[in-house]
Design a protein around this ligand. Structure first.
Ligand SMILES: O=C(O)C1=C[C@@H](OP(=O)(O)O)[C@@H](O)[C@H](O)C1
Ligand SMILES: C=C(OP(=O)(O)O)C(=O)O
Length: 421
């Protein structure tokens, strides 16, 4: 499989019904793996995601002396001395934003030099603000381009008492600093500067996970946190299913008027993208304006759903989507216009989806350039449930966060045709 491979989704013509569980949360798995690696002793992580992103995180931690066993498809058993050792080779982290950002801060605890690199997509994803914050905190972290590769020279201790971070481009910078802050020599304040950050819910996830591993985090106000120098304590940790993955199943259900049992109630999710459920439940009467800032990874799902809505939808506050695995505003625009010319337009960072309920049942010759972005592949498969002829390029890219995605659709009765371009 690769860039030349395609999957064509055959519209099922019937409501999709059945039981399909989304995999474990990527965001929580990568936080828990890191915190378990920073804790002395053995932690059992259950309900975890096994995918490219969590493989990159776990392999990097193994390179730094942490033992990670995988007794089954959804568990990691992490045994650590509580300290990360300098790795012999560079850490290769693919296109895993969480792994790159969280580890860039965490490896400041290493006594020695660490190089963190990713694939050519990752080498275009900005990390400058995080490096700047670490440097102002007295740490030595640099990159020639403002993107990976990053080189960190650690002394084995963190003497900073305050980190200041502009999280306007990515909330992951803030999460990264909060998590490493518990490993400081003294209490560390983490303060937001600059613009409002995107999905605050990811900061809540970070703090919840830190507390589960024994950290003490005080929320002083909505732009300031104080983290005590407790380090982390090993624990047994249950990871909830992935809310972003759930959005595709919720949307598939709405589009086909089906009934898909995810085995978990929407209200049970603590991840930001669970907010999309309320919007999906309104289909085909979705709101005229949808703000993407607090559920950014769900926007591709909602944008494709909007194409079948009764009325047009304007997606606003999407600047952050331009620095994801690809420029998602552009990729959604291009893909929707492949499905039917005129379906989408872009104004600044807003995406306007023209919407047309009569799109369902039509044919197209759409070839979706996914740019190897898992979310672009997964969301356009939804268009294929209603429009004949939608071909998704590089379908294996779903392995970043949802390796079982195509199997899940097949399990629900969707026929997929494999081909090549
Ligand atoms: O903290 C996290 O787990 C994530 C935060 C978000 O990134 P940004 O903060 O860069 O928007 C999100 O898009 C990403 O998939 C996961
Ligand atoms: C943006 C994403 O991932 P990350 O930033 O963790 O690479 C995503 O999963 O949609």
């Amino acid at each position: 499989m690769g860039m030349n491979q395609t999957i064509t989704v055959i519209p099922p013509g019937v409501p999709l019904t059945g039981h399909v569980s989304p995999p474990g949360s990527k965001s929580i798995t990568n936080r828990a793996l890191l915190l378990a690696a920073l804790a002395k002793g053995t932690s059992h992580l259950r309900g975890a995601l096994k995918s490219d992103d969590t493989r990159h995180m776990s392999n990097a931690l193994r390179q730094m002396g942490v033992t990670i066993d995988e007794p089954d498809d959804t568990s990691f058993v992490v045994t650590s001395s509580g300290h990360l050792e300098a790795p012999k080779d560079a850490l290769f982290l693919g296109n895993a934003g969480t792994a790159v950002r969280f580890l860039t801060a965490a490896v400041c605890t290493v006594n020695g030099s660490v190089t963190l690199d990713g694939d050519h997509y990752m080498q275009k994803r900005p990390i400058g603000p995080l490096l700047e914050a670490l440097r102002k905190g007295g740490l030595n972290a640099e990159s020639a381009t403002g993107c990976p590769p990053v080189v960190v020279h650690g002394t084995g201790s963190i003497t900073a008492t305050r980190f200041e971070i502009d999280g306007g481009l990515s909330s992951q910078y803030v999460s990264a600093l909060l998590m490493v802050a518990a490993c400081g020599d003294a209490p560390i304040e983490v303060a937001l500067t600059g613009k409002e950050i995107g999905a605050r819910g990811y900061i809540d996830l970070t703090i919840a996970c830190m507390r589960a591993f024994g950290a003490e985090v005080e929320v002083l106000d909505d732009a300031l946190w104080r983290v005590a120098p407790t380090g982390y304590t090993a624990c047994d940790y249950q990871i909830e299913p992935d809310a972003s993955a759930a959005t595709y199943l919720w949307a598939a259900e709405a589009l086909t008027a089906g009934k898909i049992d995810l085995g978990v109630a929407g209200e049970a999710f603590t991840q930001p993208d669970a907010k999309a459920m309320e919007v999906i439940a309104q289909f085909p009467k979705m709101p005229a304006v949808i703000n993407g800032s607090q559920m950014q990874d769900a926007i591709p799902t909602l944008a494709v759903l909007a194409a079948f809505n009764e009325t047009p939808v304007r997606f606003v506050d999407l600047a952050n989507l331009r620095v994801k695995e690809c420029d998602r505003v552009q990729a959604l625009h291009d893909g929707l216009n492949q499905v039917r010319p005129g379906l989408a337009s872009v104004e600044g960072d807003d995406l306007l989806v023209a919407s047309d309920p009569s799109l369902a049942g039509t044919s197209s010759n759409a070839l979706i350039n996914t740019h190897s972005d898992h979310r672009i592949a997964m969301c356009f498969a939804l268009a294929g449930l209603k429009v004949t002829g939608v071909r998704i390029q590089d379908p294996e890219c779903v392995g970043k966060t949802y390796p079982g995605y195509w199997r899940a659709l097949e399990f629900l009765g969707v026929k997929l045709v494999h081909g090549e371009v």
